[in-house]
Structure formats: structure tokens, C-alpha cells
Design a protein around this ligand. Structure first.
Ligand SMILES: O=C(O)[C@H](O)[C@H](O)COP(=O)(O)O
Length: 300
């Protein structure tokens, strides 16, 4: 059963109970470039109390290095080794788990975050932000010279998605069934500063439809993301809490890893998703309207 937090003592008890705090980012800490009210103070308070903070985001548009810049710009203390993005996790998966041979390449649908993380892991790629692929010119197979070394397709959130990128990805996956089909994450929507937008799952959906094939998803709720964190950080799941705004990614991810879960209502999940006849079967341990509410543990 979900505990609804509202009293200062409840927030204080929560702070005392968990040592490691894993935060989703979009919809929990910020909307686009706007921090959620109170988020900065709450993170500062947690650090002052000696808590370990980890930032676990499905948003693959940025690398860990660019996230660090974003945290700095928002006035939030964060270190690169505390940041786990699905672009980073996907690059680590391709280099260390899949062990893509050095002479093979990944065709990317996505933005610079994926490219940067693939580079960091020594993985070669084509596509991505290549201007030749960022075109609205009609695509024709007759004019396309496929790269013979492409052995995987990785698809993430891409705000410049077009037919050329989809057609090339489709071609690589269709010509060779052993070509690996990976997606950074499958979020259906993306909570931007000005409202919901189609998410990364909506970008890969045309490929799934055309190929009648499901990709391997790396980000939350998949265990791949937790494996990636656990390979770098030691934490006790019993004393760890995952804070998120989405039931079928953040909260499911926490539950699958044996972590406590706290749902906030500043992102994609609203009250009617957790109560009423159509409520989700994914039930968080705690719910609070906003991360900023934790400030009440330390009244000013
Ligand atoms: O579509 C996406 O990629 C996601 O909606 C988004 O970027 C999720 O980021 P998170 O909430 O995990 O920070």
C-alpha cells in the first residue's frame, strides 16, 4: 500500500531511513531548463546529511559530461560519476556486454549524447547528427550506399527524426536479421518545459511496426541500467530509494531492483493513474506531490 507523505515527521522519517537516493531527472528535478521548485534545496539538504546521490535518467539526448554542464547551469551540485544516462548505459552495453567487434559500427538514430558516449567507449558509429541524414529530401534506396560494417542499430530520443533516418535503420535491420536492434529507452512521452511531447519510444515505434520486431531496451525499467550502476557503485538496495515521476519506468525499475520507491506528481503521472478504477498495477511505496515537499523536514 502506498504511503501518502504530507507531514514533516513523515519526510524526516524518510530522510533517516535511506542512505542512497536515486533520482530520475525529467519531471522530478526539472522541466526542460527549469528546475522544479525546491529541488535544488532538497538535493543540498540530502548532501549535507551525508546521503549518496545518483541521477538515473532515460534521456539519451545528453552525455554524462553534458548533464554535468546542465546541473552546473541549474545550480545543482552533481559529479559525472553520479550521473547514469541511458546513452551511457547503451554505450557500455555495446562495448562491454555485446562486445561489438572493433571493425563493426552502430547506426544511430539519436542526438549528440549517444554519439559522445559511443566515442567514449571506443564504439564506431554512423548516422546520428550527420548532416547527410538530417535532411527532409525524399529518401531513395537507389541513392543509398549502405555501410557494410553496420552490425547494430541504436535508437534514442531524436528531435530531428525524419524518414531518411528511419529508412536507413530499417534497411540495416531488414537486410540482416543478426543486426542488433537496441533502443536507449521506451518512454512513450517526454515531459518538456512546455508540456508533454512524444518520447523515445515513439521514435522507435515506426521501426518496430515496419519490422514486426522488438528491440532490446537499455534504460529504466530494464535491469541493464541497474547492472550498469551496480558495476560502478556499491549500495545496499534495502537502504536505497528511487524517486521518479513515471510508474512504468522509474517505479518499476526501483521495484525490480528491490529498492523503495517514491512517486512525485510533477511529471507524467497524475492522481488518476494511482487512484480510481483505471489505476496502474504498479504501486509505489510512497507518493508526494513534488520533490520540493521534502524541504518540510527542515522547517526554516
Ligand atoms: O522519451 C524520453 O527519452 C524520456 O521521456 C525522457 O527523456 C526520460 O527522462 P527521465 O525522466 O528518465 O529523466
Amino acid at each position: 500500500m502506498t504511503v501518502r507523505l504530507s507531514a514533516a515527521e513523515q519526510y524526516e522519517a524518510l530522510l533517516n531511513k535511506y542512505d542512497t537516493w536515486m533520482f530520475d531527472c525529467d519531471g522530478v528535478l526539472w522541466h526542460g531548463d527549469r528546475p522544479i521548485e525546491g529541488a535544488v534545496e532538497v538535493l543540498d539538504m540530502l548532501r549535507k546529511r551525508g546521503k549518496r546521490l545518483l541521477f538515473v535518467t532515460n534521456n539519451a539526448t545528453k552525455s554524462r559530461r553534458s548533464y554535468k554542464t546542465k546541473f552546473d547551469q541549474l545550480g545543482i551540485e552533481a559529479h559525472v560519476d553520479e550521473i547514469y544516462g541511458s546513452a551511457y548505459a547503451a554505450a557500455v552495453y555495446i562495448s562491454s556486454v555485446m562486445k561489438l567487434p572493433k571493425d563493426k559500427k552502430v547506426f544511430v538514430i539519436g542526438m549528440s549524447g549517444i554519439e559522445e558516449e559511443l566515442c567514449n567507449e571506443g564504439v564506431s558509429y554512423v548516422g546520428g547528427t550527420d548532416p547527410a541524414d538530417c535532411t527532409l529530401e525524399p529518401f531513395s534506396l537507389a541513392d543509398f550506399t549502405p555501410d557494410p560494417d553496420v552490425a547494430a542499430v541504436l535508437c534514442g530520443l531524436d528531435s530531428a527524426i525524419n524518414y531518411t533516418k528511419l529508412a536507413k535503420a530499417f534497411h540495416y535491420l531488414h537486410r540482416d536479421p543478426s543486426c542488433r536492434f537496441l533502443v536507449t529507452n521506451e518512454d512513450s512521452t517526454f515531459p518538456s518545459a512546455h508540456g508533454l511531447l512524444p518520447g523515445a519510444g515513439a521514435i522507435s515505434a515506426p521501426l518496430r511496426f515496419a519490422l514486426n520486431r522488438d528491440p532490446l531496451s537499455i534504460g529504466k525499467p530494464a535491469k541493464t541500467m541497474l547492472d550498469c550502476i551496480q558495476a560502478k557503485v556499491q549500495f545496499d538496495p534495502k537502504h536505497t530509494i528511487m524517486i521518479g515521476d513515471r510508474l512504468n519506468t522509474d517505479i518499476l525499475f526501483g521495484q525490480a531492483g528491490g529498492l523503495a520507491t517514491l512517486l512525485v506528481l510533477t511529471g507524467v503521472t497524475s492522481e488518476d493513474h494511482i487512484t480510481g478504477p483505471n489505476a496502474s498495477t504498479v504501486v509505489p511505496d510512497y507518493v508526494t506531490p513534488s520533490i520540493g515537499d521534502l524541504r518540510s523536514a527542515e522547517p526554516s
